[in-house]
Design a protein around this ligand. Structure first.
Ligand code: FE2
Length: 378
């Protein structure tokens, strides 16, 4: 494996096949234990806005869903309301987590055909849903673990979200935190499964490999992992795939796999244009971030060179800095957002850099290991 090799961007996009054009992420659906309260958390803590709702009042007798929006990011929080709903099994196995990563396409049937023809397993066949605002075609294929990619074709629809949902007008509307769009979403897969899923994204989805890290790049004294980053043709969808690597102690990927009981989405990186004010606000709202040792800032500018921002607020907020050939980036990671040490968020601001913060991995993993140590799972 070529260590930390960044491929020329133009080459990448030529490599990515065009049988699956994707406009962007449509939504991310979480299965959670209590959607009503989770929705309150994502509004209050992360600054998401109320968008749409479905449940008993809209004729759904099995589950309740709250849809939240911030910038281009749409989250659905879904909970079962009957004992026989299969969502209960998902929750028992995985806890709160990401079930559906929906991709916005112009032709959901063709997306389904092209990917299943290339070996994708069917999650659900194309289905047309209609209401007074038009129609939406969706279809689903399986990816790692129990995670599903839903293709969403909404060109003949002008409603608030999807048929079956009604507008959610809440009297409680906390300010946004400046989150704009999903920069990348990372999957954790099992031992020696990274290349299987890299091949899946290459062969079935037509993605190209952007970059790879091996355990020499991403290791501390204790833990290690390997990672490859897959991108679609227009670069709007980036899916890094992690697998654990052998270390002296249990890696954070293994800890995730143990608690999630298999492969799943590890983190969602959301972009902001002003990371200092975004992180200040999130912290004030109660979002918990990984602690970065003060010593990180002693020599960080020697490593990354000049940056436009003052170092003081970055140090105060624990924001990390990294640089590549194209520029630099600022990033910060939350602690897990639910009870199991599984899913977390990354806040990222890119100033030219198109990479993922490799230079921060060591400092970051040492921070995660301190957390693992306190959980007794290192
Ligand atoms: Fe990330």
């Amino acid at each position: 494996m070529s260590s930390n090799s960044t491929v020329e961007p133009k080459k990448i996009f030529k490599d990515a096949e065009d049988f699956l054009p994707i406009n962007g992420t449509d939504y991310v659906e979480f299965y959670v234990g209590n959607a009503k309260q989770a929705a309150h958390f994502y509004k209050t803590a992360f600054g998401f806005q109320s968008l749409a709702y479905s449940g008993l009042e809209t004729g759904d007798k099995e589950k309740t869903s709250y849809v939240l929006q911030q910038g281009k990011i749409r989250l659905i929080l879904t909970s079962p309301i009957t004992k026989d709903s299969p969502i209960n099994d998902h929750l028992r196995t995985h806890g709160d987590g990401v079930k559906n990563v929906a991709l916005w396409v112009d032709d959901a049937r063709k997306s389904f055909e092209e990917t299943t023809k290339r070996g994708a397993e069917v999650a659900f066949e194309p289905v047309v849903n209609k209401d007074d605002h038009g129609e939406v075609v969706t279809a689903g294929i399986k990816t790692y673990g129990e995670t599903v990619h839903v293709f969403v074709e909404r060109k003949n629809y002008n409603g608030t979200f999807l048929p079956g949902f009604r507008e959610w007008n809440s009297h409680y509307n906390p300010p946004t935190a400046g989150l704009k769009y999903i920069d990348h979403m990372v999957g954790n897969v099992g031992w020696n499964e990274m290349n299987t899923w890299v091949e899946f994204y290459k062969n079935v989805m037509g993605f190209a490999q952007l970059v790879s890290f091996d355990d020499k790049d991403i290791s501390t004294d204790y833990t290690a992992l390997m990672s490859k980053v897959m991108t679609n043709g227009n670069g709007r969808i980036k899916f890094p795939i992690n697998e654990p690597a052998e270390g002296k102690k249990k890696s954070q990927i293994e800890e995730y796999l143990d608690f999630y009981n298999g492969a799943g989405v590890q983190h969602i990186a959301v972009a902001t244009d002003d990371i200092v004010s975004t992180v200040k606000q999130l912290k004030n709202n109660g979002v918990e971030f990984l602690y970065v040792p003060e010593t990180y800032y002693d020599d960080v500018l020697d490593r990354v060179g000049e940056i436009e921002e003052d170092l003081a607020p970055l140090r105060e907020l624990g924001i990390l800095i990294d640089r590549d050939d194209e520029g630099y980036l600022l990033q910060l990671f939350t602690k897990p957002v639910a009870d199991r040490p599984t899913l977390f968020f990354e806040i990222i601001q890119r100033k030219g850099a198109q990479s993922f913060g490799k230079g921060n991995f060591k400092a970051l993993f040492e921070a995660i290991e301190r957390e693992q140590g306190s959980r007794g799972t290192l």
